[in-house]
Ligand binder design. Structure first.
Ligand code: SAM
Length: 213
């Protein structure tokens, strides 16, 4: 089933927009230097894996857009659609290989998505474009200093009751987010690695913890 079709049929989607301030967006991705020359692509890959993978499989209800802002080309976006992905494995280097395949191609125009490998779409544009494409989502900006994401004094359900809202989360790489978009919400006052923050979001939604929205 194509992703847009699943949306129109009312299947709930979890979305993650990740900003890669220095992430390279064109040319030959240095697979042996993902943290350095590739502009902290390692951080984005960990976020991607945390968003899409369970212990033994893929989350089919998840969509991730990586925002590659580090040049040398204009801002570029890579969209990973859980229900369509093939060849996405729990191994950083193989995920980097999928990204490498996409960014060695010329960058598509803004508003155009080109499927590079099954479930991996390559497009132009920036966070503003993602926001308008995801306007049917509750958009949450993850920020440790904000109000908590969950309602205070509500119990954690004793059985998993997955949240059925279409929610999008915005997070950054290792640099601060410079935007006021979205509802700011915290996962606790300690700043975490982005992939850990994503794992906590999944926990809260998988278990149906009441959210403070
Ligand atoms: C490594 S942190 C970025 C830290 C960066 N120095 C800053 O000041 O934003 C990566 C992302 O994870 C999310 N994050 C980390 N800890 C969080 C927390 N306790 N609550 C909510 N979001 C958090 C934020 O969206 C953050 O942009």
């Amino acid at each position: 089933m194509h992703f847009e079709q699943s949306l129109s049929e009312g299947i709930n989607i979890r979305r993650f927009a990740v900003i890669g301030h220095r992430a390279m967006n064109k040319g030959k991705l240095p697979l042996n230097d993902l943290a350095g020359g590739a502009g902290r692509m390692d951080v984005l890959i960990r976020a991607l894996m945390s968003a899409l993978l369970t212990s033994h499989g893929l989350r089919s209800d998840v969509e991730v857009i990586l925002h590659l802002q580090g040049g040398p080309g204009p801002h570029r976006r890579l969209k990973f659609v859980g229900s369509e992905l093939r060849g996405f494995h729990a191994e950083e280097r193989s995920v980097a290989g999928l990204i490498a395949k996409a960014i060695r191609e010329p960058s598509p125009a803004i508003g155009q998505w080109i499927e590079r490998t099954p479930g991996l779409y390559d497009g132009g544009g920036n966070l503003g474009h993602t926001l308008s494409e995801w306007k049917n989502s509750i958009f949450i900006r993850l920020d440790a200093d904000a109000e908590r994401l969950w309602k205070q004094n509500e119990p954690i359900p004793s059985e998993s009751l997955p949240n059925e809202q279409t929610i999008a989360f915005l997070l950054s790489d290792d640099q601060p987010l410079e935007t006021d978009e979205g509802i700011p919400r915290s996962l606790g006052s300690t700043w975490l690695q982005g992939h850990h923050a994503i794992a906590i979001c999944h926990f809260l939604l998988d278990e149906g913890v009441q959210l403070n929205l």
